[in-house]
Ligand binder design. Sequence first.
Ligand code: SAM
Ligand code: SF4
Length: 351
Amino acid sequence: MPRPDPRSSHALAGGPGDPLVDTHGRVHRDLRISLTDRCSLRCTYCMPEQGNEWLARSSILSTDEIVRIATVAAADGITTFRLTGGEPLLRTDIGDVVRRLAAITAPDGRPVDIAMTTNGIRLRELLPELTDAGLRRLNISIDTLRRARFHELTRRDRLDDVLDGIAAAAASALRPLKLNAVAMRDVNDDELVDLVEFAVAHDAQMRFIEQMPLDAGHTWDRARMVTQDEILGTLSARWSLTPVPGRGGAPAARWLLDGGPHTVGVIASVTAPFCGDCDRLRLTADGQLRNCLFSTTEYDLLPILRRAGSGDGEEEIDRMLRSCVHGKLPGHAINDPSFLQPARGMNAIGG
Ligand code: SAM
Ligand code: SF4
């Protein structure tokens, strides 16, 4: 994999404290931070059942290192940090990570926004600590409400723990609360209406994700995926769907259910890509910056962070962020015949 040199002479837009604008004019505001590649589940579309190659523990970023990168990113205009993984709640110091990130302020003095995507396991136990630490928003993944199906799909019998986590989130003040499901043919495509009703009953927004070619087993099949059109077709037999305008950089397009107030979202990365408005960067648990889920290039921050006497590396971190943004392509190429699936699975990239 190419390793770009942050000190190379190509013209990077701006310097420390300037916004992260790519060569297509997109301003970057959102950094997804993967806290670990480990997980309590083994979802078929994400991880192999066995034989996953874990990141070396010595390469996993410490909380100090994450905070250092995030502080430079916030000075450069990043306003949202979304914690993900793997399963972010497996990180033993998760409360500390949230507290320290939530203390970072934007150049205008406003606090940054801290969100998390989780499978919900251990959420009931950890939620008081997380909200106290400054977590503002939650996305919880739930692909099925049926126990045997959940077990088969995630290879773990943990549906009750996930439902418990969702109930705790629904009872909390964190809003909007979002529930994510990957729609899969002959797996859960008969549950789309049930999942929306479940979300509405929990004052949450259901969001269906088109399955993407990011599984560790490389088994994704374009012809078998459930498309946004199919999802909307199924839902419109139950509700009248009215598009919600003003999507901005959000990955989900949304529709009001029977005029509102509840909505459903669809993340149609494959059939209706939204790359033109993308404002996201990613940081893997082992310190690699990525400008796209589907990119095959990574920008390595570890040598900068771990060099002896690296206390003065802030300018280099800024340059690496700018190199990463500079290298961003106008769009992903999932639909091109030449598309190459990234080597890492979704659990190691950070969804
Ligand atoms: N473990 C947490 C969870 O499951 O929410 C956070 C990490 S997970 C990688 C983040 C999101 O990516 C989840 O909503 C999951 O459903 C989604 N995801 C994983 N693999 C995917 C794939 N191949 N296509 C579409 N979405 C995927
Ligand atoms: Fe774990 Fe999330 Fe991947 Fe499922 S989607 S295996 S919960 S990281």
